[in-house]
Design a protein around this ligand. Structure first.
Ligand code: NBY
Length: 829
């Protein structure tokens, strides 16, 4: 009894001392009772999960408070990573791993006949991001905490995350992602006392009494309430925070004046809901920017709330504002939070009374910006009218920044109006967010070598010429802790047995695995791990979709957002061609293959949705054709999210990374597959190039036009896809099959047919097709040589250390944020 009361209270000594599985079992049982008023026997799995998460949060909370106190005392430089998206994945397993509680928890629960994996499965997977950009932000939070850097995320607590995808009859349908079913998230701390007010609309009056004063009037004020999610470092006692802002209206102080319709409080509450809808949903497009007012509102809401709270904390600690760049860094994840430049200026000028020159110096030395795309349709430009009406004071500041910037340009390039217009922050009736982000930052980075080169030479070449010292490359990295230790524990264990566990803190050490490439027993053990992961995946597919896949077949996975430039359609055309070989010759010698697809299409993106339909139409045909004799299977996994990736990646043999060269800024899925021993088939784009350089020709299958060739074609008006149609019978056949009744409804795939043939094949699918088929054949032949294949898998894992988020983040720490201490993984270099 004495023990129980300690457990259910907040006696941290006990929690810290809790070492044995018995202690854990007792604490857990008591927590189920405390939280749900139920005994263990009558609690559901979800209730057990919530009780476990709550218990783990108790561990986090003390470390969170201690970490903050230590940062304050050491006056450690803080990094704030502003992003409209964070895709953290499920947190229970990650927290158990990072807190070193995995074993005690697993065994403690086993005593109670509870399977930890089943509880882990109860957690919602927060979909607060679209794809790579949001997932990268989450990987970096892990790395920051694990490297002991004081780095925090600032984002939006969307009430509904990215839509839930369900596919009926091959068509994607979207459903709201109600991830906060219980009204709250089990990891978060609501901090109403740190609420900030954000102002929209109204007008600005200027008063001149010696100095200009700007009075913002008639605005609408919305409260931003922060919710902090603790982010634990890997077994280092550090816990940082991911702060998510929610729009809330407190109506308890609003009198319900009864209007002539007699509605009273109904109106007050209706207004409350309308205002709070600001943070209701995440915009579901990952490549085309949507010029919607609500999106701009979300951006300013995040930026203003975050910066106000950052500055408040800075001055409360009695620090001098002039020291801001030495005390903290503000990083903007793409241009989405680039209003930070103007908002920081507003706060320094209007709220803290500094002058323009000083404020600009502080701002530009504090802010840095990462670009994630060169696709022109993704570049954010806001119409002046909309911008000015929503953010009148911010617009004035942007105007002033623009004027001063253009004057500087005029001095540099007198008379070159064209250049000045191309670089201006305000031009053609729009505000150019990339120009604002570059002008207001001291560092601008691309996310892979080739992407940075394209930024310097093409997309941002004028800015690069003006301020070359701002530009740098930092190739993305992913957290090997989640993608290896958590997603593939058997592989992690095997690696530890072979080379020890130092690779966990220093992933470069994975290179030592190369010594085992000729070790038969290691190769066998690795093959066994892969097989077990394929089995796990096969079981899931069987249970969910009733499709039996051959676990000895080559599992080839293409999992990412559906987009024309990512060329899922090229993969489909290749499968059609394989199928045609069987139709032509039923005994064709085909290496058994399972093709897995997963990914969401933006709801308004017709062609991407039709690609999903095409994959399903093909699966329907192939999976049921007795002639195929199970040599090919096609599977589409619905509602792709981080948890699905954790299941698919370890169970895959081949990683499809086949974008049109020059278009994929980096890619991060490619790195996760590599860490899990899958071999890449890829174009020379983004980080595929770095993977190729790391593993060498023998351990990757590259093909297709290079970025230079693609860009040269664009400069010269493209190419004629009909030439390929006429030259290559395979292409002609698959093209015709899109529209000749091979699939039911001959008109269904007309848009694809036209895009390939009548609209110039903008993504060079037909141009790259022959080479793609060739390397697919080569790859299949090498796959059946198991010894040779195993060496490729080992080489991939062994060389994957450079793609760890820790390396990427250490580079930011050194070259972007100027953090004084060298992170441990750079110390020995
Ligand atoms: O960022 C991705 C890139 O495509 C990928 O190559 C890169 O590896 C990754 C991390 O650097 N970009 C991405 O995921 N972009 C988005 O999710 C996104 C979301 C919203 C909007 C634009 C892009 N938007 O305009 O609203």
């Amino acid at each position: 009894m004495q023990r129980e009361s300690q457990i259910t209270g907040t006696n941290f000594d006990f929690v810290d001392a809790m070492s044995g599985e018995e202690d854990f079992a007792i604490a857990f049982t008591a927590n189920v009772m405390k939280l749900h008023g139920k005994s263990l026997d009558s609690a559901s799995n979800r209730e057990k999960y919530l009780a476990l998460a709550d218990l783990v949060r108790t561990f986090l909370s003390k470390r969170l408070a201690d970490t903050e106190a230590a940062y304050r005392q050491e006056q450690k430089k803080q990094v704030y990573y502003l992003s409209l998206e964070f895709l953290p994945g499920r947190l229970l397993a990650a927290n158990l791993l990072n807190l070193g509680l995995q074993q005690v928890c697993e065994q403690g629960l086993r005593r109670l006949n509870i399977n930890l994996a089943e509880l882990i499965d109860q957690e919602e997977d927060p979909a607060l991001g679209n794809g790579g950009l949001g997932r990268l932000a989450a990987c970096y939070l892990d790395s920051m905490a694990s490297l002991g850097l004081a780095g925090h995320g600032c984002g939006i607590r969307y009430r509904y995350g990215l839509f839930e995808q369900r596919v009926t009859d091959g068509y994607q349908r979207e459903f709201p992602d109600n991830w906060l079913k219980e009204g709250r998230n089990e990891w978060e701390y609501r901090r109403p006392e740190e609420t900030m007010n954000v102002r929209f609309g109204g007008r600005v009056r200027t008063i001149a009494n010696g100095k200009l004063h700007f009075i913002h009037e008639n605005y609408q004020q919305i409260s931003a309430v922060p919710y902090d999610i603790p982010i634990a470092g890997y077994q280092n006692e550090i816990v940082n925070t991911l702060r998510l802002w929610s729009a809330e209206v407190d109506v308890t102080y609003q009198a319900c004046t009864f209007d002539r319709h007699g509605k009273g409080c109904i109106n007050v509450i209706a207004d409350k809901h309308a205002t709070e809808s600001l943070t209701d949903t995440l915009y579901p497009d990952d490549s085309v920017y949507e010029g919607k007012l609500l999106r701009l509102k979300q951006q300013y809401f995040l930026v203003s709330a975050s910066l106000q709270s950052i500055l408040r904390k800075h001055v409360v600690n009695k620090a001098d504002l002039r020291l801001l760049p030495e005390k903290l860094s503000i990083h903007i994840n793409d241009t989405h939070p680039s209003l930070a430049v103007a908002e920081l200026m507003r706060l320094l000028l209007d709220e803290y009374g500094l002058g323009w020159a000083e404020s600009w110096d502080i701002t530009t030395r504090t802010i840095s910006y990462t670009n994630h795309t060169v696709l022109p349709e993704a570049l954010e430009k806001w119409p002046i009218d909309l911008f000015q009406t929503l953010l009148p004071r911010i617009y004035m500041i942007v105007q002033e920044i623009n004027e001063r910037f253009c004057r500087e340009l005029w001095d540099m390039y007198p008379g070159d109006w064209q250049k000045i217009k191309a670089m201006a922050i305000i031009a053609d009736g729009t505000v150019h967010m990339a120009a604002l982000a570059i002008a207001g930052s001291h560092r601008v980075n691309g996310v892979s070598a080739i992407h940075t080169q394209i930024l310097k030479q093409k997309t941002m070449s004028d800015f690069y010429q003006l301020t070359p010292q701002k530009f740098l490359n930092i190739t993305n990295g992913v957290t090997h802790r989640r993608w290896m230790l958590l997603a593939n524990p058997d592989l992690a264990q095997l690696i530890c047995e072979a080379i020890g566990d130092r690779w966990i803190a220093n992933p470069d050490e994975l290179q030592h695995l190369l010594n085992f490439a000729h070790d038969n027993s290691f190769c066998c053990a690795m093959a066994k791990v892969k097989f077990a992961n394929k089995l796990r995946l096969a079981k899931y597919i069987q249970a969910k979709y009733g499709i039996a896949i051959d676990t000895c077949s080559l599992i080839d996975s293409h999992i990412k957002r559906i987009h024309a430039y990512k060329r899922q359609s090229m993969n489909v055309l290749h499968i059609m061609d394989l199928y045609n070989r069987i139709l032509d010759n039923p005994h064709a010698d085909i290496v058994p293959r399972t093709f897995i697809f997963a990914g969401k299409a933006a709801p308004g993106y017709y062609k991407a949705k039709q690609t999903i339909k095409l994959i399903h139409a093909l699966a329907e045909k192939i999976n049921h054709d007795p002639l195929v004799k199970n040599r090919i299977k096609v599977v589409f996994l619905q509602n792709y999210n981080v948890s699905h990736a954790e299941l698919i990646i370890p169970g895959s043999d081949v990683s499809e990374q086949i974008p049109t060269a020059s278009m994929e800024a980096c890619g991060t899925g490619n790195m996760k597959f590599m860490m899990n021993g899958a071999v890449t088939i890829g174009t020379l784009d983004g980080a595929n190039i770095a993977i190729w350089e790391a593993v060498g020709d023998d351990n990757i299958f590259t093909f297709g036009l290079t970025a230079d060739q693609v860009l040269a074609y664009y400069r010269n008006g493209g190419y004629n896809p009909w030439d390929i149609y006429h030259q290559d019978l395979r292409v002609k056949t698959v093209m015709e099959q899109l529209v000749n009744g091979f699939f039911p409804y001959p008109e269904e795939f007309r848009a694809h047919y036209d895009a390939f043939l009548n609209q110039g094949d903008h993504y060079f699918v037909l141009k790259d097709f022959a080479q793609y088929v060739e390397v697919q054949n080569k790859l299949a032949n090498e796959f059946i040589n198991t010894e040779l294949w195993q060496k490729k898998c080992i080489a991939n894992v062994a060389h994957s250390g450079i793609f760890a988020g820790d390396r990427a983040f250490a580079e930011y720490a050194l070259s972007v944020w100027d953090l004084a201490e060298r992170p441990p993984c750079l110390r020995q270099h």
